[in-house]
Design a protein around this ligand. Structure first.
Ligand code: 6PG
Length: 267
């Protein structure tokens, strides 16, 4: 990890690690290495690797990188199950579809069985799509009912997340009804901030994951990165602060521009 600065900070009962990479391209490379490591670890321990992909723009270069050598041939794609952290309620061929983005940049270029690709049906009624996706998650995680189980193969091995200007992550937006443990794993809601219905995984299932990786890039995110990681705890206003797994690992991959304000004295 020579390329990045790695730091550990205790903050508000939330322990996180962050790595700062010099560029967005270095961030994508670091994320690809961590994806491959998580995949081989999970497959060694329980035979498959369940990953939830994020949407937005930042993961695009990661998906493109995973479709290239060496990852295209070294990741055992036939043992990989793909989920999404959230989806925009649009058809799968829509330019705004998170599924389409990952399909075009990654899934169409690697030998992953179609049956292993579990997309959120953005074209369906949002509430119905959320209910159906919870059933899909429960099937993939072998947990037909009850809370997430802490057992090999019953947890999402890696959840990819981004961070929006307003502190949202996945489609958990400020002001949206707080979803806490014991609640549904997947919810649908209308997000006025983006004038769109969204379907999203909830903290109940995200926080049960083995590993969570935030990918955040660009100077435009420096202020919100600082608020979320170093500011007071305000999970209603900053839903990314709700991502605090009991015993999973959270890691923030930041490029220099996004990490610019970290550690600075209050203005
Ligand atoms: C989405 C995402 C969303 C995203 C952030 C950051 O569907 O839009 O899942 O949570 O990660 O908005 O987006 P960028 O990567 O484009 O900055």
């Amino acid at each position: 990890m020579a390329a990045g600065r790695c730091s550990t900070r205790m903050r508000t009962n939330l322990r996180f690690r962050s790595t700062v990479l010099p560029t967005a391209a270095a961030l994508a490379e670091e994320a690809a290495q961590r994806f491959a490591r998580a995949a081989s670890g999970a497959i060694r321990s329980h035979g498959d690797f369940v990953v939830a992909l994020s949407g937005g723009t930042t993961p695009r270069s990661l998906y493109a990188r995973l479709a290239e050598p060496p990852y295209r041939s070294t990741v055992p794609w036939s043992e990989v199950a793909v989920l999404w952290s959230d989806e925009r309620c649009v058809p799968p061929d829509d330019a705004a579809s998170n599924y389409r983005m990952a399909r075009d940049l990654l899934l169409d270029h690697v030998p992953i069985p179609t049956a292993n690709v579990h997309r959120i049906r953005g074209e369906d009624d949002p509430a119905a799509a959320a209910r159906a996706y919870e059933q899909t998650l429960r099937r993939v995680l072998r947990t037909p009912q009850g809370p997430p189980r802490d057992a090999p193969g019953a947890r999402v091995d890696l959840v990819l997340l981004g961070l929006g200007d307003d502190g949202h992550t996945a489609s958990l937006f400020p002001g949206a009804p707080a979803v806490t443990d014991g609640d549904p794993w997947v919810v649908a809601h209308y997000v006025a901030a983006v004038s769109q219905w969204r379907v999203t995984l909830t903290p109940a299932i995200i926080n049960a994951a083995t590993e969570i990786l935030f990918l955040v890039s660009g100077a435009g995110r420096a202020a919100i990165v600082r608020r979320v990681l170093e500011g007071p705890r305000q999970p209603d206003e900053l839903p990314a602060q709700r991502i605090a797994p009991a015993d999973g690992r959270v890691h923030w991959l930041l490029d220099e521009a996004a990490a610019r304000d970290l550690g600075r004295a209050s203005p």
